[in-house]
Design a protein. Structure first.
Lengths: 346, 192
């Protein structure tokens, strides 16, 4: 009688051993792969507490209606404000005074000041008004100092200037007011202060970025960063209207306190500059969002942590802008210390 | 004593007394100076870890790398710098549904920031350090958009002052440094 084959033959034993060993090796490799994948997924470089503004850091390319045609560098240290003057020359307030550039970037002149210039405006006749922290200095077109205007308040911190045919307007962010001077330096009014009688809610300026611009329509545009709006005043100080809303979306003003800078086209359209998520946009004369001049992609350094408020006195982050008679927008990057020339796309 | 000299003409302090008193005073002065010097040196030698707020990059490593279960690094608030914003980007999510204290609107993962009304449109924000885990999320929001009144500091009622701080080893901004124990904090001051 043949014995039932309950025991393994030597060949079967080897075959099954090899199969078992192969399965073990395959399983081990699979586990190692999974472990590696899991480790990659839990990468320690991923910050579980990140402050996520990624959504706002990219702008729909269809909304960007301008293109960079030039980048002007070589400015003096710590530029803060930019303004266009006669002949579309550029006036840039810096830590040492004001750099005057041709729109091509060639340096035309420099006006030195005793302390940092924080804002600047140039009149049609060539007179240059420079806002230092506590006062305004006036220079003629040759750079000779004509006069100094002291502020009527204590703790003044001038951060915005504009000039019209008969008036100079100086924005004092510390006192949350815009002063109206005549061209001789005589104080003629205070604009923007909270007043129930005049139905003015008041300017909210958490950080020193109050700006003022005078339109060809004779009305003043003043940013109200704490209320995420632009307010329109008459030179006499009456509030006409305001517009703007807080939003990380492209049609609003992001963060706690934006916009930080303004510029006006001759047709009444308004350019706004924001910090935190650095971007420059255009709003129509009817106060609706129109287009993007430059998105955060263009200002990587400006939006990076550690670049905005932790240097010097907190006023060296963000952007400022001005426009020339051709409709080009000049964007001053306070962190990179240069100017980007943005031309409307054809 | 010279007995021939009238008592009214004798000096009130003789030479021996003068020398003895002078030596005593000199010894006391020297001892005082020595003690003062020792006290000054002993306090100057003690140092503690601290974060330079100007270098801090708000990376959140303070929350995850401290040897303590809950980090000794906390968010602190310089009220003099604060804008008391209604829409505080250190308190609210970047895109809040509404400006109220609902958890879905708040940035802090442990609800360590308290928001209280001051007057229209101002609000005060205070840090409950018992809840703060040092993640710096609020600090990034405040610094990115606002004045940077929120910042990180090593709190010395918690820090065990390791010889080699585990957070300093991974700090990308090289913001950790030793400070004299007599002046252990690097506080921000008002600029506006």
């Amino acid at each position: 009688m043949e014995r039932p084959n309950k025991d393994l033959s030597r060949r079967q034993f080897f075959n099954q051993s090899i199969r078992g060993a192969s399965a073990c090796v395959a399983g081990g490799v699979a586990l190692a792969t999974l472990a590696r994948a899991a480790k990659a997924g839990g990468d320690s470089s991923v910050n579980p507490f990140s402050y996520d503004v990624e959504r706002a850091s990219r702008v729909d390319p269809g909304l960007i209606k301008y293109e960079q045609v030039k980048r002007l560098s070589g400015l003096a240290r710590e530029p803060r404000r930019i303004a266009a003057g006669p002949g579309d020359s550029l006036y840039i307030a810096t830590s040492t005074g004001v750099d005057i550039l041709h729109r091509t970037g060639a340096k035309l002149a420099q006006i030195s000041t005793a302390s940092a210039a924080r804002c600047v405006a140039a009149a049609e006749d060539g007179t240059v008004y420079i806002g230092l922290r506590t006062h305004v200095e006036v220079f003629d077109r040759q750079g000779r100092q004509l006069s100094t205007w002291e502020a009527p308040t204590k703790k003044t911190w001038f951060t915005g200037l504009c000039v019209g045919a008969n008036d100079v307007f100086a924005a004092d962010s510390a006192n949350r007011v815009v002063f109206r001077y005549d061209r001789s330096g005589k104080l003629a009014g205070r604009i923007g202060e909270k007043s129930q009688e005049r139905n003015i809610p008041g300017l909210i300026v958490p950080s020193p970025y109050l700006d003022v611009k005078l339109g060809l329509d004779g009305l003043l545009r003043v940013n109200n960063p704490g209320r995420h709006s632009v307010q329109v005043f008459t030179p006499a100080g009456d509030l006409e209207f305001s517009w703007g809303k807080p939003s990380l979306a492209v049609d609003g003003f992001c963060g706690c306190c934006n916009p930080v800078g303004l510029a006006l086209f001759s047709d009444g359209r308004c350019v706004t500059c924001e910090k935190g998520v650095p971007r420059v946009k255009v709003y129509s004369a009817e106060r609706s969002f129109e287009s993007v001049v430059a998105g955060p992609e263009l200002f990587r350094e400006n939006g990076r942590p550690g670049q905005v408020s932790d240097r010097s006195d907190g006023t060296l982050g963000g952007l400022d802008a001005t426009v020339d008679s051709q409709g080009n927008v000049y964007i001053l990057d306070l962190v990179a210390g240069d100017v980007r020339v943005m031309k409307p796309k054809a | 004593m010279n007995e021939n000299v009238p008592s009214s003409q004798q000096p009130s302090v003789n030479r021996r007394q003068f020398l003895r008193d002078g030596t005593r005073i000199a010894a006391m002065t020297g001892l005082g100076g020595l003690l003062g010097l020792m006290a000054t040196r002993s306090s100057g030698q003690g140092t503690v870890w601290q974060i330079d707020p100007q270098k801090c990059l708000r990376c959140s490593n303070c929350a995850t790398h401290c040897v303590l279960e809950q980090s000794a690094v906390k968010c602190v608030h310089a009220f003099a710098i604060c804008g008391y914003c209604q829409l505080c980007t250190g308190y609210f999510e970047p895109e809040p549904n509404d400006l109220n204290t609902g958890a879905e609107n708040c940035l802090c993962p442990t609800a360590a920031i308290k928001r209280s009304y001051v007057e229209d449109p101002y609000f005060e924000y205070t840090i409950d350090e018992r809840l703060c885990i040092g993640c710096a999320k609020c600090v990034e929001g405040c610094n990115r958009f606002g004045n940077g009144s929120l910042f990180m500091q090593v709190r010395h009622d918690r820090c065990v002052n390791c010889n080699e701080c585990a957070i300093s080893k991974v700090c990308p901004g090289d913001a950790f440094r030793r400070e004299p124990a007599s002046h252990p904090y690097l506080l921000k001051t008002m600029s506006h």
